[in-house]
Each structure stands twice: as C-alpha cells, then as structure tokens.
Design a protein around this ligand. Structure first.
Ligand code: HEM
Length: 474
C-alpha cells in the first residue's frame, strides 16, 4: 500500500479537480487541442485531467510522444472503453479495429486488414490503378463546374469515399448515384454526432445511456449508417463466391468460413460490419479533409501552387496520369503535401489510448487503465523542432539542396502499435489526387469571396471552414 501511495505521489500534475465534473471545465471540447496547448504551458509536457471519474493524462511535444508510443509502445497500446458505440453493435466479442482493446483479436484483425489492403492486386486492378481511375472521375466532375465558383468538398468526399467503397465492395459509385448519396449523407450525420460535449459526457457517465430513448435520439445517424452498411454487406453476400475474391468483404467472408479458430480471432459477421465502418470512419474524412486543406493553401499561396505545377509539368507533363513512381523525382510537391499534413493538423488530438499496464514516463507514474490523449498537434507544431511551426512553409521538408527530407516529428499518422493502419493508402491518395488536380487545373479564389480562414473547425478531425473555389483548366 505504501509503495503504491509513493508511486501516486509521482502522478502527473494538472488543474484542480472539482467534485463530480472533475476538470472538464478546463477543456473546450470544441477545440480541445487549444485548451491542451494552454495547459501544457502551465503544467508541462505531461499533465493530468479528470473527466468526471476518469483519469486522463495528456502527452505533449515530440520527445514525450515518441518516448510513450515508440519506446513504451505496448504500455500505451490499449484503448479506453467507449460506451457510446455499444448501441451500434460494438461490444465484448466485436470491437472492430479502431476502438478495439489491445489483444489477440485486435492484432489478428489489424494484421488481416493491413495485408488485404497491401495485396490489393487481388482483383484485376491494383489499388493505385483504382485511385488513378477515381482521380480521372474527380477531374471530370471538377471540369463540369465550368470554371464557376463551387465548394470542392462534395466532390473530394465522393472521390475519397469511392476509394473505400472500391476496396470494401469491389466497385465504385457514380457521384449522382442515389445509393451513394444516401451512404455519404448517413455517414456525415453519424460523424457529426460524435463531436462536442454531450458524447464526452455520455462516455464518462454511461448510465445516462440507459435512459430509455437517449442513445436512439442522440445517435440516430450512427444507427442509420450501420443499418445501411448491413444492407450493402448483405447484398454483397448474395453474390459471394469463395473461389473468386473480389474485395475486402469477400476476403473477410472467406476468413469467417475457416471455423472456430477464425471465430476466436474475431472473424464474425458483426466484426465485418464494424471493420467496414472503421475503414469508412478512419479512412475517408481524414483524407478528404487533408485534400481540402491542400487546395485551400494553394489558394492562399498561389506562388507555391505555381512551383508545384512547374514540377508536375517537368516530371510528368500535362497528359500522362501521375504515378507513385513519380514521387521520388518530385521533392517540392512531396514537401508541399507533407507540409499540408503538418500545418493542416487534421487529427489534432489523435484517438484516445489507454495504458495497458502501470508505467512510467519521464519520472511520472501513470497507472494501468489511464486514458491517454496524444496531442499530435503539439508534435506537428512543436516549437523545438520546426523552424516556423505556425506558418505554411514547405521548406520544413527540403534540405539545402532542395531534396526532400522528413523530420522525425512528422507524425500526422501517430506512431507505435496503434499508428494509422491506412497510412500507405492515404499517402497514395494524397499524392495521386493532389498532383492530378494540379496537373489539370489552377485553383483560384473567386473575386467576390473572402479570404478563407486558416483555422480549422474541430469535430474529431480539424477541417477547413466552407470555402468556394474556381478551377481554371490548364
Ligand atoms: C488510426 C490519421 C487515413 C485507417 C489513425 C490515427 C491517426 C490517423 C492519427 C490514430 C492513431 C493512434 O491511435 O495513435 C490518419 C490520417 C489520414 C488517415 C491523417 C489521412 C490523411 C486513413 C485511411 C485508413 C485509415 C485511408 C484506412 C483505409 C485507420 C485505422 C486506424 C487509424 C483502422 C486505427 C488503428 C488501430 O487502432 O490499430 N489514423 N489516418 N486511416 N487509421 Fe488513419
């Protein structure tokens, strides 16, 4: 007992906790990363909070985050239980990947998903072919705006969601397709429901979710989205032939056929729908938001846009579609894309982790079961690492000879065991979509439009406020 008490005396410092609500008043849940930056100044890189009864420790700055996620990777690899997802089917035996507890089932599902995405030569086309094809459809849709002002958001969302659809269901949808429009609409509603104070409160006081009608009312969008995923999977199952694997769903169904061992590794129907939802949730909004930041920065920095276009013209020309092989010969474009990810800071506070065992970090004791927030924003804008942390400055990724370099603190995909599973796919999409768009168009701010805001709107991801753009054909 005395030993444990001594350890607790090294628990990270933090603001004074009030009865019942803990320290929740210190955090602006609409902009948590900004609150964390303030608290970091007062309490240092490792500080503690209390969400009602839940102990939370926030990690800030490159050095601290690296030490936790890379050097003590397993200690920080768990995820906290998220009661608000229970009503859509997340539970003991089925947790998908993103919010799954650290353990055998998560490992198996992650390994399977990674290798299935990697071997996506399984159909006739590679994943790169599919993204290139989608970039063509995106450009045609942008062309049909005929140089008039429009909001790029819908088209970019369509393109990025189609990449997930083609991965999971083996086919893309036309942008005007009613099923596709419904899918995107339901998905957007479900994402909006997760932001703000209320979901936080329901997570820390889950008894409130037992009040009849509360989950149905607060999360009706999520339920509708999951119901729709069921419809798509069931339709897919009708045409399933184990001899011919068309896509991710087919590969998962085949795994389910393998019997008890597969079942124990999590390959059941409920996990198929949850992993599918995970890939949508984790893989579409993040990528499409990054692309929207990319175009916004091109509007604000036309001279940078011109330099990217000059490099595209030199290496690829105006006709041939860009390929990933071009990337090595395009240091400036690569630097711009990386700077978009750094400065855009799309997932500012990552996803919550939880300590898997009692651990120690820079002399602080952090007990097993503590919720850990990784303030990725504080890494991507760490003043001790980046020359101009609060400016859009592609030179962060270029050496004195103009060659591409990647500083270690570039962690938009986080690091360690729970690092983003879709990093390779995301990089593929960002490079192919961005270069194809700039190869075909110059993006300009419409004359009557105000200068777009550089600060983001936070709802799990940090996205640009709506803006209009004109795409002038090149
Ligand atoms: C997790 C960022 C695209 C699938 C994450 C995490 C971040 C992140 C910060 C949390 C890591 C952690 O907990 O420490 C991004 C960004 C993207 C992107 C910035 C695009 C620019 C994608 C794509 C996919 C994907 C395209 C899939 C197709 C996942 C999954 C996880 C994850 C499944 C959970 C991993 C786990 O818990 O084991 N991502 N992501 N992401 N991401 Fe991404």
């Amino acid at each position: 007992f005395m030993k444990r008490r001594k350890k607790w005396s090294h628990y990270p410092p933090g603001p004074v906790s009030l009865p019942f609500i803990g320290t929740m008043l210190y955090v602006d849940f609409c902009n948590p990363h900004l609150s964390f930056n303030q608290l970091q100044k007062k309490f240092g890189n490792i500080f503690s909070l209390q969400n009602c009864w839940t102990n939370v420790v926030v990690l800030n700055g490159y050095k601290t985050v690296k030490e936790a996620l890379v050097h003590r990777s397993e200690d920080f690899a768990d995820r906290p239980y998220v009661p608000i997802y229970e009503h859509v089917g997340y539970g003991n035996k089925s947790e998908g990947i993103v919010i799954a507890r650290y353990g055998h089932v998560w490992k198996e599902l992650r390994k399977f998903t990674l290798s299935t995405l990697r071997n996506f030569g399984m159909g006739k086309k590679s994943l790169e072919d599919r993204v290139t094809e989608e970039a063509g459809f995106l450009c045609s849709a942008v062309s049909s705006e005929k140089g008039c002002p429009f909001d790029l958001r819908f088209l970019v969302n369509n393109a990025v969601c189609n990449v997930i659809c083609t991965t999971i269901y083996g086919e893309r949808f036309d942008y005007g397709d009613d099923t596709f429009k419904k899918l995107l609409h339901l998905f957007e509603n479900s994402l909006n429901e997760e932001a703000g104070f209320l979901p936080q409160l329901l997570n820390v006081v889950p008894i409130l979710l037992r009040i009849p009608g509360v989950p149905q009312k607060v999360f009706q969008g999520q339920k509708a989205f999951m119901d729709f995923i069921d419809v798509l999977i069931n339709k897919h199952m009708e045409t399933w032939n184990p001899a011919y694997i068309r896509d991710f769903s087919d590969a998962f169904l085949k795994e389910m056929e393998k019997g008890k061992t597969a079942e124990e590794s999590g390959f059941n129907y409920n996990n198929l729908r949850l992993v599918t939802a995970d890939l949508f949730a984790a893989g579409s909004e993040t990528t499409s938001t990054t692309l929207r930041w990319a175009v916004l920065y091109m509007l604000l920095h036309p001279e940078i846009q011109s330099k990217v276009q000059a490099e595209i013209d030199k290496v690829i020309g105006r006709e041939r579609p860009p390929t990933m092989k071009d990337q090595v010969s395009m240091p400036y474009t690569s630097a711009v894309i990386h700077e978009v990810q750094r400065y855009g800071d799309v997932v500012p506070i990552g996803l919550p982790h939880m300590t898997y065992r009692d651990t120690e970090l820079q002399g602080f004791f952090i007990p097993k079961g503590t919720t850990i927030i990784i303030n990725l924003s504080s890494v991507l804008k760490d003043e001790t690492v980046w020359e101009k942390p609060n400016e859009f400055y592609p030179e962060h990724f270029l050496d004195a000879n103009g060659q591409f370099v990647k500083p270690e603190a570039f962690l938009p995909f986080s690091a360690g065991r729970r690092a983003c599973l879709g990093e390779q796919l995301a990089k593929l999409e960002l490079f192919i979509f961005f270069t194809t768009l700039l190869q075909k168009f110059t993006f300009v701010l419409p004359e009557d439009q105000p200068r777009p805001w550089e600060n983001g709107h936070f709802a799990l991801t940090s996205s640009p406020h709506p803006y209009l753009v004109q795409a002038v054909p090149r």
